[in-house]
Design a protein around this ligand. Sequence first.
Ligand code: UD1
Length: 430
Amino acid sequence: MEAFRLSSPSDHRQTLHGSVRVGGAKNSALKLMAAALLAPGRTTITNLPNILDVDVMARLLEELGCTVEMDHGEERVSIDVPDDLSHHAPYRLVRRLRASISVLGPLVARCGKAEVSLPGGDNIGSRGLDMHIRGLRDLGAEVDIEHGYVVATVPTRLRGAELVLQFPSVGATENLLMAATLAEGTTVIENAALEPEIVDLCGMLVAMGADIDGVGSSTLVVRGVESMRPVTHATITDRIVSGTWAFAVAIAGGDLTVEGGVAGHLDIVLDKLAGAGARLDVSDQGFRVRVDRRLDAFDVVTLPYPGFPTDLQPFAMALAAVSDGTAMITENVFEARFMFAQELARLGADVRTDGHHAVVRGKPMLSGADVVAHDIRAGAALVLAGLAAEGRTTVADSFHIDRGYPGFVESLRSLGVDIQRVQLPDMDDL
Ligand code: UD1
């Protein structure tokens, strides 16, 4: 089993100096790859992150009948989509990648039939699919859960409808948007999610020939078209990875330039860090964060975009653990993300949770320990907490971190951190 191991001095944090380049967004790239299914022919996605999830999505597209040429060196994938697609997304792939559910909308729209496995449990809670299913039913599909699969069929063609989401779900907005592009008539999606990844997806769909109004707003109006064409599309920069680096320097101190980071996608986050004592310089090429003292504690409430992103909440908690003062963290999107608090406590953090609130009392330093990554963000946040933890910190199950952060260890080393990948024969060796 691979783990990340870092060692920090006893009396000060491992400051970060230099610059990192941030690539394409995982949460965009996976959906852009699924969107390729909407048009027969060869679609190319560029600025593709070199992560395992992208490879799993490529395998799923192959399973559906596509020919996929992956070029991680050039950060691109070409997807040849046949006229006749298979409509079966099997459990063995879907369970490895929850975002596989985003093939549901395109498959129903293209094939009139889709069988997509339910993803099963993951480590950040039982994420529902009720809004995806209800929306597809409103678009005229028959949808049932059979033998662990979402089975959707449409007698002829999907038909436009007025859809009102109970919550601005990212996944449901994307699935329904993609399905609606090929429906007959107009679909209105009210209370749509506003995340930059959705704007990115809309950009690609419009280039493919979709007719969408209200891009970037909470009301999307989609006038269905008969067919779409393949395109070449560049993925937006990963705002969560960019935000992770901002938190890295906030926790550890130092001077870090995040090349490619789009500050406008992180308004609330960067504003909070600046308010706490970080110095920020923003340019068209990215942003620079300088931290030369222990930051002041600040409260965080996670909300759909443009609110504070749930994916950055573990980093806010890790920062609060070493900030000056007490912070209240409220998780409104994925409650189970607080599992992370238990691991952070192993590093000596003073954190108490109650329902979806956590109270964190900051300390000058944490204390290195053996911990386990339960998901991508929690894992990366534990590594960053380790920068402010005296002694040795080993983060097991580091494969989770590789799923979201290409070259994380290597980037940290280039910034001066004493960190390596180590092999542990099994958990009992921690
Ligand atoms: C996406 C991101 C994830 C991010 C999240 C919120 C990907 C691959 N993942 O996940 O990193 O944390 O957005 O920004 O893009 N829900 C329902 N019923 C539904 C759909 C969602 O109850 O039909 C609930 C979920 O259980 C969750 C909340 O709504 O509590 C948010 O889910 P959603 O916005 O759909 O997130 P994902 O698309 O799964």
